[in-house]
Structure formats: structure tokens, C-alpha cells
Design a protein around this ligand. Structure first.
Ligand code: PAF
Length: 326
């Protein structure tokens, strides 16, 4: 079954269902994401579901569709646009294909730490980008979080950018990330996340890069021996709704969804923090070798051509404003 048919079938299931024996008509909404059940995204979906159910007096029920059950992130965003999926939390990986203004967020070494990234996304710049998203047949409810990305691979410890030479690294389907890895000498291989574990297992690719909450929840230690804590890019996440859901809501209902999104962001960020605190130990306990001391200036220099390519194409207005907010 194609992802579109899978999504449409799930959604057909999810339209308004009159609850037998109660006056309340209950609407079941699919909330899709690519990471595992009980991951950082999953915690957000569960908090969203609880808040929305409480505020709506049980009118809305969320059905979590975890681990790419409705397809990869790009598929799901397309599903939102055509109305076959109602809600998602996604990285910005594929977002630039729909909203080019958001690509600036994918530049490596842009944000210095979590506090900086959250302040920018929760402030005026984040709101401006949400407005751009809303002009592109999507509804951006809130910026959430994936985390700082690090590199894993099955070939060798990566100590310097030279160790990346020729490595087949899976990247997201994102032109800025691909350009950065190409500039550093790797062979970037874009792929939807639900295909990554098998591709690593079959050695179609050597490595991948993702935040600790993803590496732990995907159990990548089963297929990857080495982790290098490059933190080479902060990966935002976004909670999106389908315009066809949103346009059918009253103003009061839109307020409930906004509150639910706030609860989701808080829960996801709390899980990211917990995973940042414990995740590297967990990966070590499961046999991964971890390179912690990394010459970040060398990696920053190696990926810097991605900035030139970006600025030549999109200008540096938003980039400079984000850099000024450090
Ligand atoms: O690598 C990705 O595609 C993303 O980081 C993921 C794991 C789907 C979370 O948004």
C-alpha cells in the first residue's frame, strides 16, 4: 500500500464518529510522527492528547501514529496538505521543500545552545516563520524540538572532519544538510527516516546523524558502533495541522488546539533534556564507542561552504537576525 493510501485509509477511520450511547460526537484525529512510541515526540503527542481531551470535554481523541506508520515526514506533510492526515510533529528536514524561508534553521552551527534556539523559536523570528508556514497550505501550531544532531557510523570513530571522507551518511531530505556533508567530504545520502534502520543494518549506508533522543529511541546501537558528539546542527521540530481540520474549527476550538500544542512542546522539551542527561551513558552501556572531545572549529570550517551556497540562493536577512540573537 502506498503511503498516500495508507494515510487515506487511516484518516477515513478517523473522521467524526458518533459515540453510541452518548450525546457527544467524538472526533478521532491522526497525529503522525516518525520516531518511536515513548520517544520525545511521542511524549509531546501524549501531552497534546490529554490537554485536548480535557479542554474539549472528550470531543477530540488523538490517535498517535508513531514510527512512520503513515509514512516519512515529507509524506505526512503532503498528507496534511491534501487532508488525509490531521496533525504531525516533524523535524524541519523536509519543511524547506514546502516553505523555503524555513531552510535558514537548518544551517549548521547556527544556534549555540538549547536556550538560544528556544528563545529564537519562541520569539518574533519563530512567529514570522510560523506565519510563512501558514501561507503555504499548512498550519503551524508551535515550534517544538528534536535536538542537537550528532554523527553515528559503523566504520570507524570520527575524530576529525577528514574521517568523514567518502562515508555514506544518511541525511534528511534537506538541501542545506546535504550541502554541508558534501562540503565536509562525506557522501550524503538523503532518505526518509523509516527506511534508515534497515539501510544501516544492510550496510547500504555507513552512518546517519540525529539527536540523542532519536539515536536512543531508535536503538541505533544495534546497527552502529560509533558516535561522535559533533552537535553540528540544532534540529527544530514543528507541530503542524492540516488546513482542512483547522478551517473547520471554531475560535474556541482553535484555542484548545493552541493550548494542547503548548503542553506538547513542554513535554517534548522535557524528554529531550532527560535524554540529553542520560542518553550517552545508555548508548555506551549498549556498546557504542563515543568520541566526546571534538574539535568543533574544524567541523565548523569544514561545513562552512553550506553558508555561501545558502546566502547566494536565499540572502542573509533572516540569518543575520538569528545570529544577532545569540
Ligand atoms: O532524521 C530525521 O529524519 C529526523 O530527525 C527524525 C528522526 C524523523 C525526527 O524528526
Amino acid at each position: 500500500m502506498t503511503h498516500f493510501r495508507r494515510a487515506a485509509a487511516a484518516s477515513a477511520f478517523a473522521v467524526s464518529i458518533a459515540m453510541a450511547g452518548t450525546a457527544m460526537a467524538q472526533t478521532v484525529l491522526n497525529f503522525a510522527h516518525s520516531t518511536a512510541q515513548n520517544s520525545h515526540y511521542s511524549m509531546g503527542v501524549q501531552a497534546f492528547a490529554k490537554t485536548l481531551s480535557e479542554l474539549s470535554g472528550g470531543k477530540y481523541e488523538i490517535r498517535e501514529q508513531a514510527a512512520g506508520a503513515l509514512g516519512g515526514e515529507r509524506d505526512v506533510i503532503e498528507g496534511l496538505q491534501i487532508g488525509s492526515v490531521e496533525l504531525t510533529i516533524s523535524s524541519t528536514g523536509p519543511l524547506g521543500n514546502f516553505v523555503p524561508e524555513a531552510l535558514v534553521l537548518d544551517l549548521p552551527f547556527l544556534f549555540k545552545d538549547y536556550a538560544n534556539a528556544r528563545a529564537v523559536l519562541d520569539g518574533a523570528i519563530g512567529q514570522e516563520l510560523l506565519d510563512k508556514i501558514n501561507e503555504n497550505n499548512l498550519v503551524g501550531l508551535a515550534w517544538s524540538e528534536n535536538g542537537f544532531r550528532h554523527i553515528t557510523n559503523s566504520r570507524q570513530p570520527i575524530n576529525t572532519p577528514a574521517d568523514l571522507n567518502g562515508l555514506k551518511i544518511r541525511t534528511m531530505e534537506n538541501q542545506v544538510h546535504m550541502e554541508a556533508f558534501r562540503a565536509a567530504g562525506a557522501a550524503p545520502t538523503p532518505m526518509a527516516f523509516p527506511e534508515v534502520f534497515a539501510a544501516l543494518q544492510q550496510r547500504v549506508i555507513d552512518g546517519q546523524e540525529n539527536p540523542i533522543p532519536v539515536i536512543t529511541s531508535a536503538k541505533f546501537w544495534e546497527v552502529q558502533d560509533n558516535l561522535t558528539l559533533t552537535g553540528h546542527v540544532y534540529s527544530p521540530a514543528i507541530i503542524l495541522a492540516s488546513p482542512s481540520l483547522w478551517d473547520g474549527l471554531s475560535d474556541e476550538e482553535k484555542g484548545w488546539f493552541a493550548e494542547a500544542a503548548k503542553a506538547a512542546v513542554a513535554a517534548t522539551r522535557a524528554k529531550v533534556e532527560a535524554d540529553e542527561a542520560n542518553g550517552v551513558d545508555l548508548l555506551r552501556q549498549n556498546g557504542m564507542k563515543v568520541v566526546e572531545k571534538v574539535d568543533l572549529d574544524a567541523f565548523r570550517k569544514a561545513v562552512s561552504p553550506a553558508y555561501d551556497t545558502f546566502v547566494a540562493k536565499y540572502g542573509d536577512d533572516m540569518l543575520k537576525r538569528i545570529q544577532a540573537a545569540q
